[in-house]
Design a protein around this ligand. Sequence first.
Ligand code: AMP
Length: 284
Amino acid sequence: MLYHKIVEVREKIKQWKKEGLTVGLVPTMGALHNGHLSLIKKSVEKCDKTVVSVFVNPIQFCPGEDLDKYPRTLDADEKLCNDAGVDIVFSPSPVEMYPDAQMLSNDFLTYVIPPFFYTNKLCGKSRVGHFDGVCTVVNKLFNIVQPDFAFFGEKDRQQLIILKKMVKDLNIPVQIIPCPIVREENGLALSSRNKYLSEDDKVNALVLSKILFNIKSCYNEGMKDVKALTETAYSFLNDRHSLEYLEFRDADNLEEKTAADNNTIVFIALKIGNVRLIDNISLV
Ligand code: AMP
């Protein structure tokens, strides 16, 4: 069932709660692919009812980013959800979520601001305010849907760590379920933004996973020094790649590592032309 209005969702949720049913939420920005589908399948399996939100959240885009051209494929998304056994697809308009145009300015909207220590690094460094927008919209979705479980992909690992922290710090009664990264057979992590890549650049995009897989195998062979592990990446890069970061950080609190260990995540972001891609790997 496709709903655009908050009241419609609330009504249905109220009914389900009365019946004692558990509710799973899968927040997305749409243009759904098999990565999203893996989260959806987990929710359908685990919960009595599943809500998938499809909302390109304007307040998590920075000026000059791809808000206007972000792919929107609601009909196909709805079909994928129906086929997967989803109970509600919630696709609100920006006005439904932010009723006053004014609310799109942070002078007029109540924001949920995650801690600076978690947001002043990795993607938060170049996307200033991005995680404020994410935490705010996820909070709104939690309040609307009141899920027992919420499913997030490890593809956006910094986001996942920040949302776990938010839920803990604010005592939000929801359990976050992390879901592994779904990749193409060639290693490329699925992403709605892969649609922006030309055929040539799809090949160039393979360096993200190649770099990460290579680092993991060097680590498994005994290389622990982060500087040495970082240096293994450079031979993979060509003129088309503009590396934004390659960093080794703690899986729980994002602290920087100088020596890699089993609680380390390797994070990478790079641009190919105008397309910014991210990936990460756990060294466990
Ligand atoms: P998005 O629509 O990009 O905001 O993503 C919605 C959710 O799907 C987020 O929790 C993402 O981490 C997750 N997701 C996106 N791509 C993948 C992937 N390749 N594997 C696993 N989860 C993913």
